[in-house]
Design a protein around this ligand. Structure first.
Ligand SMILES: NC(=O)c1ccc[n+]([C@@H]2O[C@H](COP(=O)([O-])OP(=O)(O)OC[C@H]3O[C@@H](n4cnc5c(N)ncnc54)[C@H](OP(=O)(O)O)[C@@H]3O)[C@@H](O)[C@H]2O)c1
Length: 290
């Protein structure tokens, strides 16, 4: 990260941002790196987005990198000057690099962040049967990357409460990605979870402690991994029920961590050493551990 004669600012845009752990994670990294930089939350109303990007392009603007979260990951496509190939395929950006001449380059680190966490969990996707709950922004990144990688699964079934949304997602992605392994289903029961090797919850069901589980308990089995993108609460009802049936489970904190590491590596244009990565992990893990 180059030294500047003023404090460089990084941050996250989205709405709401109250519970974002990204400031904790990146400020811990900046401290460990010893750079004069700060990471801030920029909660933006939809009406303010255009103006924000206009200012971001100005020469004197001290912001050199951004994360983007709900609901702007697709909106920002129109504001960036260039897209990394993966972000272009996925059709969503969660990381923006601002170059010295204030060009904005959009990346997607959610998708490789998810894959990196699966690797850490020693889950090999080749020939596996995958079931996905949800068709929002995070499902877009996950569905796309699962279809793009050489070690792609055997099949992917995807269900969303609002079927028109999953249809739109498929229609958009299939103009750029081979989705021949993907099948959309009308009902959760048709996900065939009892035969799946991996169930991924990309919905926001489970964020609230009182949220019901979308999946019937009898579907879980010991030969599968249930992955919930939600990390706060650290154990959703879905994960709790799956665990009780002897299923391997994971929440999404690892995905958050890996996407953050990859974002920072894009901003700094360097590989982070293990010490910095440990500080990033500690910062978010401490906050969410029960
Ligand atoms: N671990 C990580 O790094 C990471 C990264 C990104 C996101 N996340 C988490 O993933 C979750 C989803 O994020 P997102 O960006 O994909 O959000 P999003 O674009 O707003 O999509 C929300 C999804 O949840 C579904 N949903 C909401 N309420 C539901 C309900 N009552 N019953 C059934 N389905 C319901 C929506 O279905 P409809 O289309 O029918 O409304 C949609 O599929 C959030 O909890 C977020 O915190 C984690």
């Amino acid at each position: 990260m180059s030294m500047k004669d003023y404090q460089a600012i990084y941050g996250i845009i989205g709405n709401p941002l109250g519970h974002s752990l990204s400031p904790l994670m990146h400020n811990a990294a900046f401290k460990e790196l010893g750079v004069d930089a700060v990471y801030k939350a920029f909660p933006l109303e939809a009406d303010d987005v255009q103006d924000f990007f206009k200012k971001l392009k100005e020469k004197a603007c001290p912001i050199f990198g951004l994360n983007v979260t709900v609901p702007y990951k697709e909106v920002v496509l129109e504001y960036v000057d260039a897209l990394a190939p993966l972000a272009e395929k996925i059709g969503a950006v969660n990381t923006i690099v601002v170059t010295q001449d204030r060009r904005l380059i959009g990346y997607n680190t959610d998708a490789p962040g998810f894959l990196a966490h699966l690797t850490e969990l020693q889950f090999n996707l080749t020939d596996k049967r995958v079931a996905i709950l949800g068709a929002g922004g995070s499902a877009r990144a996950i569905l796309a990357i699962l279809c793009l990688i050489p070690e792609r699964p055997q099949s992917i079934r995807i269900y969303n409460r609002t079927s028109s949304r999953v249809d739109q997602l498929i229609a958009d992605l299939q103009s750029r990605i081979d989705l021949s392994i993907v099948e959309t289903v009308e009902h959760v029961e048709d996900l065939n979870i009892e035969l799946a090797d991996l169930l991924i919850n990309t919905t926001s069901m489970g964020l609230k402690e009182e949220d019901p589980c979308l999946v019937e308990e009898s579907f879980f089995h010991p030969d599968m991994l249930v992955y919930d993108l939600i990390y706060n609460p650290p154990e959703t009802l879905l994960l709790k029920m799956a665990k009780e049936r002897g299923t391997q489970t994971s929440n999404g904190l690892g995905m958050l961590y890996y996407q953050g590491v990859l974002s920072l590596q894009h901003w700094a244009n360097l590989q982070l050493d293990d010490r910095v990565k440990e500080k990033m992990w500690e910062a978010i893990h401490k906050r969410t551990a029960k």
